[in-house]
Design a protein around this ligand. Structure first.
Ligand SMILES: CCCCCCCCCC/C=C\CCC/C=C/C(=O)SCCNC(=O)CCNC(=O)[C@H](O)C(C)(C)COP(=O)(O)OP(=O)(O)OC[C@H]1O[C@@H](n2cnc3c(N)ncnc32)[C@H](O)[C@@H]1OP(=O)(O)O
Ligand SMILES: Cc1cc2nc3c(=O)[nH]c(=O)nc-3n(C[C@H](O)[C@H](O)[C@H](O)COP(=O)(O)OP(=O)(O)OC[C@H]3O[C@@H](n4cnc5c(N)ncnc54)[C@H](O)[C@@H]3O)c2cc1C
Length: 643
């Protein structure tokens, strides 16, 4: 199962080696993080990042190993933006010459970059950005400027204190004419003494949600006061500005300017299963240790994992972790394929890839953030302790619902893709993830054939149900949209239904990828049978949760929906015997989990007790402030009593 989770034996070995490397090195200790103040926390992160870079070089780690190393260090920092956004932006949007100049510097970290797109006034609406880049023909330069307060760059990670360079997104102006938003490579700091370059105002935007997690990152604010950069620092793969000031667009579609976001959204989907599996691992292990009620004849009480209600909250999350792992793996291969095509100037699969990355990013991050919080509740009161590992994990994860494309905004992008696909149905056969929309007639006409609860243990029945639900919702939206004279007005009016239809489409993708995975690539029959159970749990849980959609579209009868639910409950008892094996297969080490409740050895209570005594408040019996602020109250009370 560990191999099935990791994707291959080699992938397992690489991640396992890196997990152990991090766990066994005292530099990467992280239990004390919550006690640190912001400055110490930040410095500590800089120290770890520097040490990690030394390890990467000394041990000659491969790119894959370096990624895993950074992952297990488990602290957001400037290198995330450098490797995940700055470098890919140059790779995807730079010309050959630009790549030749900038990539070697970035890949050896002689420069450190960030991705400065979002502003105080605009994040989602990229075309609404206000920073300007005005071409000056006399000097062959662009003048970068922040004309308003709301044009201040706001959020870029690593920008406040570390990055020496940034890809800055700004409106291009030539001879007073706007040419849309483009990316520019801008140096922010001196490579000698690290001070901000003249004309730039740089700072940190302040503390964020949670304590020891995202506050390790220096998310920054940046303002330009007429800062000049050479013309050749505009990223020019998509459009070019000549030294005469001529603006030209190549055959490459404008959307490629958004390519870095496609790349990171893919990574975010791949990473959702890491965060969810971590929470599920903690909650499952603790649910086996924790006992409440049900003692008979003085025997032990019931393990809380044996309560049906606990199972009905926990096991769908366990199944979701596996579903997200597999859909992340699938999306990665789709992305690798599109990347190769883009390099060869084949842009045909970009719209579908954009819809998949946007939609799956929204689906997986929302479910993961909610899932982590549910796991916290599944651990009862102890889940609220920082030492459970869950509050900080939630604080760390939840911004994923907003960054890299706010989730609702992303689902609306999926809706645009679906509406376009439906309106082209007469002359263009949909392919890939939208292929089912090419079979609308049977999907709209045929109804579900299930007659018994066992009938739901059939991948074809499940797939058809999810396809019919999505097709009916999408086609329904398409028909209602057609009634509007102004399509944009119609889109806005129907946006709630469109987001629901997009979710149905994305859930269909996750369910069908899980089923495909079972059909092809599972090593060993025992593993395959166990994963089949999780696959059914995932699909039937979604069906139960969204049964309103399945019923309203008329594909299912209420009886068939309740048979699905009956089967789901039966499946929980099949998950139970393997629950611990399923979470052990994630191969999460105690260091990575950073949770007293999720310890591999189950030694929860002594370690919880021990962890409590490490709190600084327990350094002494009478702490600072007691004499000054508590004792007078106690004495005052005495005074009133006398009266
Ligand atoms: C810490 C948690 C641990 C887990 C995560 C680990 C991740 C590892 C990486 C970590 C790195 C960093 C951490 C996070 C750092 C965060 C960074 C950021 O947030 S950077 C800023 C991100 N900003 C956004 O995402 C902005 C969202 N907005 C947009 O993308 C656009 O404005 C959009 C799409 C909403 C609208 O675009 P536009 O105004 O141009 O309008 P249209 O809708 O008309 O689009 C025109 C046309 O283009 C198509 N399109 C849009 N986007 C794309 C794209 N990316 N690729 C391809 N095509 C695209 C669109 O569908 C339209 O098509 P058409 O056929 O004409 O209808
Ligand atoms: C931790 C973190 C790290 C970040 N790192 C970076 C970074 O490195 N670089 C960078 O450039 N940016 C970064 N960002 C910024 C991030 O990309 C934006 O916050 C994100 O894109 C969302 O945009 P917004 O804040 O403008 O949200 P808004 O768009 O203002 O969203 C507010 C609300 O409006 C709704 N809404 C907006 N538009 C529509 C619409 N058309 N239809 C319906 N509803 C709508 C949204 O659904 C949401 O509910 C980061 C953000 C965070 C939280």
């Amino acid at each position: 199962m560990k191999v099935a989770w990791a994707g291959s034996r080699e992938a397992f070995q690489v991640s396992d080696r890196m997990a152990k490397l991090v766990a066994n090195d005292p530099v990467f200790e992280k239990f004390s993080k919550p006690m640190l103040g912001r400055k110490e926390l930040f410095k500590n992160t800089l120290r770890k990042a520097a040490y990690a870079w030394k390890l990467i070089n000394d041990l000659r780690l491969t790119e894959e190993e370096a990624k895993w190393l950074r992952h297990y260090i488990d602290e957001p920092n400037y290198t995330d933006l450098h490797w995940e956004m700055f470098v890919p932006a140059i790779e995807g949007q730079g010309t050959k010459e630009q790549k030749k100049k900038w990539l070697p510097l970035a890949q050896t970290m002689q420069i450190i970059g960030t991705y400065a797109q979002t502003e105080l006034g605009h994040g989602s609406n990229v075309q609404g950005l206000e920073t300007t880049a005005t071409f000056d023909r006399q000097t062959d330069e662009f003048v970068m400027h922040s004309p308003t307060l709301t044009s201040s760059k706001w959020w870029p990670g690593g920008m406040a204190k570390v990055a020496t360079h940034a890809i800055v997104y700004a409106r291009l102006i030539i001879d007073g004419l706007f040419h849309g938003v483009h990316g520019f490579i801008v140096q922010l700091r001196s490579l000698e003494d690290h001070s901000p370059l003249p004309g730039l105002t740089l700072g940190d935007i302040g503390m964020k949600f949670g304590h020891g997690t995202y506050n390790t990152m220096d998310n920054g604010v940046l303002r330009f006061d007429h800062v000049r950069i050479p013309r050749n620092q505009m990223l020019m793969r998509v459009s070019q500005v000549t030294k005469e000031g001529k603006y030209a667009q190549s055959d490459v579609p404008r959307q490629l300017l958004y390519g870095t976001m496609v790349s990171v959204r893919q990574t975010i989907v791949a990473d959702a299963s890491k965060a969810l599996s971590r929470a599920v691992c903690i909650a499952t292990r603790y649910s086996v240790v924790r006992r409440q009620f049900g003692s008979r004849n003085g025997g032990p009480e019931t393990q809380v994992i044996d309560y049906k209600t606990q199972q009905s909250r926990l096991f769908p999350l366990l199944a979701s972790a596996y579903a997200f792992r597999f859909v992340g793996e699938w999306l990665k291969s789709l992305y690798i394929d599109v990347k190769q095509r883009l390099e060869a100037n084949d842009f045909s699969t970009l719209p579908e890839t954009h819809a998949c990355t946007a939609g799956l990013k929204a689906l997986t991050t929302a479910a993961t953030a909610d899932g982590i919080e549910e796991c916290r509740k599944l651990c009862g009161g102890h889940g609220y302790l920082i030492s459970s590992g869950l509050p900080e994990l939630f604080a760390f994860y939840v911004p994923a619902c907003s960054y890299e494309g706010e989730n609702v905004v992303m689902m609306l992008q999926v809706a645009r893709f679906l509406v376009k696909t439906v309106s082209n149905l007469g002359y263009k056969q949909p392919v890939g993830t939208a292929a089912y929309l090419g079979r609308v007639t049977p999907l709209l006409q045929n109804n579900c054939a299930v007659q018994t609860a066992e009938d739901w243990l059939n991948p074809d029945a499940i797939l058809e149900a999810f396809e019919a639900r999505a097709a009916r919702m999408v086609i329904g939206c398409g028909e209602r949209l057609a009634m509007f004279e102004n399509p944009e007005e119609g889109f806005a009016e129907l946006s709630i239904d469109l987001v629901e239809a997009s979710l149905a489409h994305c859930q269909l993708i996750t369910v069908s990828v899980f089923i495909q995975k079972l059909n092809h690539e599972i090593p060993g029959n025992g593993v395959k049978r166990s994963l089949e159970v999780l696959c059914y749990v995932y699909a039937l849980f979604l069906l139960h949760k969204h049964q309103g959609d399945f019923l309203a579209t008329g594909y299912l009868t209420p009886k068939q929906a309740s048979l699905a639910n009956e089967q789901l409950r039966t499946l929980y008892s099949k998950v139970r015997p393997n629950a611990i094996a399923f979470v052990d297969s994630f191969n999460h080490m105690d260091h990575y989990l950073c949770s007293v409740l999720g310890r591999y050895d189950g030694n929860v209570y002594p370690k919880l007790y021990e962890a409590a005594w490490k709190d600084p408040l327990n350094d002494s019996d009478i702490v600072d402030g007691i004499q000054q602020y508590v004792q007078p109250i106690l004495k005052q009370k005495l005074h009133y009593a006398k009266l």
